[in-house]
Design a protein around this ligand. Structure first.
Ligand code: B12
Ligand code: SF4
Length: 444
């Protein structure tokens, strides 16, 4: 039996910032050894639709759902059965089932071997629903599936899933609720060692969900002498010992959701706790004192944002020498509370923006209150351009505590900023998927 794993892009295009799709190393690790597996990542290569296969398995996020459905349709036309899993099919299984033979809802652990056996026996069920949040221990990602592919030189490793907060717009809270799980630290260490990479991206949604568990991990990382990146809530800055352990264990960069400089917006999105332990400047200083480069994430379109909000944020991010920053239009994601609120307020521009041929990447998908939808789209794009201007990249590079602390960091800063600058221009305004209308193949 042969399984073809597919990582769709947002459209039939290649990207310069592709990272290893960890989910397929996990699925490969859960697949019985007598089954052949192959991965095609559309960010790196074209998809060979005519290559024989017994099962096609796609991971689907909301931004690539339209493209994933188009790919699924191509395979099903050729008689290959298709299974879809991931965030988007978990939130909208009925939509996904219109384009697939089977859908997996929730985590794959504990379910995937059954899907494989059913596909082998040609008796796939329509839906495989994860009854609970399965424990994460015991699963070993098989990274051989990435061999020969030109991914960014960092391994994606996961310690835990879930976040203890409930921001209104967030898909993570919609997916996991308040469930928090970690893998045994010894398995994370073994996974890092087996990856043979010196730079690790810990993809946890928030690496700071539990103080003792975070400390246990950071202490175990110290002897590995790696460099690592993470996503973390800003309140970790209150804990000097944690910051110090992050520094000692090699934490180089941290993605932090600042979201807004306006406390009324933070209250509306249920993120006022961002300011609980001090203002942003104080928290930023604490990260920088420990040499941690900051990748700041901002969102625009909450009710207290106006056309002036963009410049204030860009100026803040440049003044504080952020390593990278994201300026995103607030986007109603399926499953998140924001989507239902905006729909009940009659403010959605598209019923399902992710399927609409008229929606393009970077575009506002709803009517904000403090500006027009067009101003929101343009403001975010302009903010990205200003932050990624050469003058800004070089000004931010000269922070000797962080981005210029040594040749490795300076190289990382410059390479990441140049890739980001190019990708922003390439992605902005792109239609999701291909132009042709969506065709459903109801059965094969
Ligand atoms: C690392 C990461 C990235 C990396 C790229 C990662 C990569 N490999 O290429 C970067 C930084 C580039 C990135 C970019 C973006 N990302 Co991102 N990213 C992540 C992050 C933090 C980790 C991904 C990961 O490795 N997870 C670990 C794996 C194991 O988990 P998983 O994918 O959920 O898989 C499990 C189950 O879902 C299920 N499953 C998943 N797929 C399948 C398929 C089958 C067949 C089966 C059986 C099961 C199954 O089984 C798995 C094991 O249990 C996630 C958050 C998260 N927790 O996943 C966000 C996340 C996926 N990203 C998100 C977004 C929005 C984006 C962007 C669109 C942001 C933007 N505005 O530009 C971009 C563009 C992505 C694109 N399509 O091009 C959202 C997606 C939300 C949604 N509803 O789709 C997430 C959930 C973050 C969030 N906070 O909301 N991202
Ligand atoms: S802190 Fe981040 S991961 Fe946690 S709920 Fe808020 S946006 Fe989601």
């Amino acid at each position: 039996m042969k399984i073809t794993f597919i990582r769709p892009n947002m459209a039939d295009m290649r990207s310069a910032d592709a990272m290893e799709p960890l989910v397929f190393a996990i699925l490969a690790g859960l697949t019985p050894p007598d089954v052949e597996t192959v991965l095609y990542d559309e960010r790196l290569e074209a998809i060979p639709y005519d290559e024989p296969t017994d099962l096609v398995a796609l991971t689907v996020e909301t931004y690539n759902a339209r493209r994933a459905y188009q790919i699924a349709t191509q395979f099903r036309r050729r008689g290959a059965p298709v299974v879809l899993g991931g965030y988007h099919p978990t939130f909208l299984p009925d939509e996904a089932l219109q384009f697939a033979d089977a859908v997996v809802v929730g985590d794959a652990e504990g379910l995937w071997p059954q899907v494989v056996e059913d596909a082998r026996a040609k008796r796939l069920r329509r839906i495989y629903r994860q009854p609970d949040y399965p424990p994460l221990g015991g699963t070993r990602p098989d990274r051989r599936i990435f061999r020969g592919k030109r991914y960014a030189p960092a391994a994606l490793v996961q310690y835990g899933r879930g976040c203890r907060f409930a921001c209104e717009f967030c898909s993570i809270h919609a997916f996991y609720g308040f469930n928090l799980r970690q893998r045994p630290v010894s398995e994370v260490v073994a996974d890092i060692e087996a990856s043979q990479r010196r730079h690790i991206f810990l993809v946890d949604d928030n690496i700071f969900v539990d103080v003792p568990k975070a400390k246990e991990l950071f202490r175990a990382l110290i002897p590995l002498k790696i460099r690592w990146s993470c996503q973390v809530s800003i309140d970790v800055a209150q804990d000097e010992e944690l910051l110090s352990l992050m520094e000692q264990s090699g934490c180089t960069t941290a993605v932090i959701g600042f979201e807004s400089l306006d406390e009324h917006n933070l209250a509306q999105m249920k993120k006022k706790w961002n300011l609980k332990y001090g203002d942003y400047a104080t928290s930023v200083q604490k990260f920088h004192d420990h040499g941690i480069m900051i990748y700041g994430s901002f969102v625009f379109g909450y009710d207290h944002d106006t056309v002036d909000s963009f410049n204030r944020c860009v100026e803040f991010a440049i003044r504080h020498n952020f390593y990278l920053a994201n300026f995103n239009p607030l986007t109603p994601m399926p499953g998140a509370k924001l989507y239902e609120r905006l729909r009940s307020e009659g403010r959605l521009i598209f019923d399902r923006w992710w399927l609409s041929p008229d929606y393009t990447y970077g575009q506002a998908a709803f009517h904000p209150r403090g500006m027009t939808a067009e101003q929101l789209t343009e403001g975010c794009f302009r903010a990205r351009q200003q932050f990624n201007a050469y003058s800004s990249i070089f000004k931010r590079a000269l922070d000797f505590k962080t981005n210029c602390r040594g040749p490795y960091r300076l190289g990382l800063h410059l390479a990441s900023n140049f890739v980001s600058r190019n990708e922003i221009l390439r992605k902005q305004g792109r239609q999701l998927g291909e132009g042709r209308p969506m065709i459903q193949v109801s059965s094969v």
